[in-house]
Ligand binder design. Structure first.
Ligand code: FES
Ligand code: FES
Length: 169
């Protein structure tokens, strides 16, 4: 079996895996990082959203071996050990999750949005979040939470490349 290394949440992970294995399986089954969820498995629901070099991508649809040399961030890497991001705090403050299953993917898409647009409009939010489905219908609270995080001005301008955790709030 081929071996390769992936940089995940700032740490190099040595893997021995089929090059065609999607990143989602590597994360969940090989590394035990189960915060990233399996939903549809075909790139349609957004439950498995992670960041690659700061851009939101679907972990179910990317061969892990194609990400050698890239910076991968998962929901486990969004906050530091002791501090939540403003985005995560807003999710708590507004009781955004219902069953919770889709929420790590929602947060990763929202984090990427705030990174590119620190003060997004409703239309910006709706466009950025359109690929993340929530069967519990938490869309209104998700939008409110993104606005709250944006208004805090300290919202999650974390550097996905350098993992600049000091800026997290
Ligand atoms: S599980 Fe990846 S998009 Fe649905
Ligand atoms: S909170 Fe249940 S699917 Fe989104």
């Amino acid at each position: 079996m081929p071996t390769y290394s992936l940089k995940i949440n700032g740490t190099e992970q040595q893997l021995e895996a089929d090059p065609a294995m999607p990143l989602l399986w590597v994360l969940r089954d090989m590394l035990g990082m189960v915060g990233t969820k399996f939903g549809c498995g075909i790139g349609q629901c957004g439950a498995c959203t992670i960041h690659v070099d700061g851009q939101p991508m679907r972990a179910c649809s990317i061969p892990a071996s194609a990400l050698v040399g890239r910076d991968i961030t998962t929901i486990e890497g969004l906050a530091s050990d002791t501090n939540l991001t403003a985005l995560q705090q807003a999710w708590i403050d507004l009781d955004v999750p219902q069953c919770g299953y889709c929420q790590s993917g929602q947060l990763m898409s929202a984090a990427a949005l705030l990174e590119s647009k620190p003060n997004p409009s409703d239309d910006d939010i709706d466009a950025a979040m359109a690929g993340n489905y929530c069967r519990c219908g938490t869309y209104v609270r998700i939008r409110q939470a993104i606005h709250q995080a944006a208004a805090s001005k300290t919202a999650m301008f974390y550097d996905a490349t350098e993992k600049n955790q000091e800026d997290l709030v």
